[in-house]
Design a protein around this ligand. Sequence first.
Ligand code: DNO
Length: 356
Amino acid sequence: MKLAMRWFGAEHDTIPLAHIRQVPGVVGVVTTLYGSLPGQVWERDAIRHMKAQVKVHGLEVCGIESVNVHDAIKAGLPERDMYIDRYIRTLEHLGEEGIDLVCYNFMPVFDFTRTELKHMREDGATVFAYDQALVDTLDPQRMNEYMSRIAQGFVMPGWEPERVTKLQRLFQLYSQVDAQKLFDNLVYFLQALMPVCRRYGIRMAIHPDDPPWSVFGLPRIVGDAQGLSRIVAAVDDPHNGVTLCTGSLGANPNNDLSAIIRGLQGRIHFAHVRNVRHTSPGVFEECAHLSRDGSLDMYAIMQAFYLSGFDGVIRPDHGRDIFGEQAMPGYGLYDRAIGCGYLSGLWEALQKQTQG
Ligand code: DNO
């Protein structure tokens, strides 16, 4: 496995690459072209500049998180072919620059959703938390205002203002799109992408829905073992794969993560590994990566990755905000660095146990 951390670019991230470089075991970052809008073609110069910035610090760009998918593609509008064509051009440019891993999601309207970004835990750390009952009382049209209020000045990934200013129109777009249509639109998109992915060896890695169930009545199709295997089977090409996000899928206690990892052998191209603590149905909070701090067995998860021969990119995911660090909620350096140490430790133990 290749250990990486997410980095939001020099203009948006408070964490310098020089600090990421000092986290033991980390070889690179996953990043994106911040400021590019869904539907825009990424130019080669911009990609080259991003790579050079990272390289100066002795790190590599291990993959892109994310090349966002335009809503016309997800909703299957007539102009989707134009946007798919632009996506393909972006992939060509990434491939020409030697980047071969692309994470994306297919959630209508919203990316990951939380009701608290600074939930206080007993030890004074703060974490992301989610309460379905509270979401049910929120006006989806005002969800962007809600998120920006709780983000306290930070622009959270997936909640960039340009994406969420036209909520009413977006909800209308999806009024005729049920789960089956959304799935068909995903298959249409992936089929169109496969030739360019084969040409450049680019692995597409769909991120699960977060939380892994429908919110605000919008269809969601990437929330469990069945949904994931249906996607990989529908476009049965190794370039069509998954970002296995343990925290997103793990928010549903019925998801058996080790079984999901084993079932997707060879099709997991990227892993986000973090723990989550279930409080009651539809309610969860994030926590430290350590197994005993949450509800997931992180040893069993890493073992499933190890035994299924996973050799892709792993990154720790959202961390707690600790030690008084001032950073984007969930994406501070300290707790993610602790997460890296823990994941590397589990991996080393697995390697040594197996090798005897
Ligand atoms: C949240 C992230 C997501 C993820 C996208 C992938 O912190 O896990 O925003 O990057 O859903 O496209």
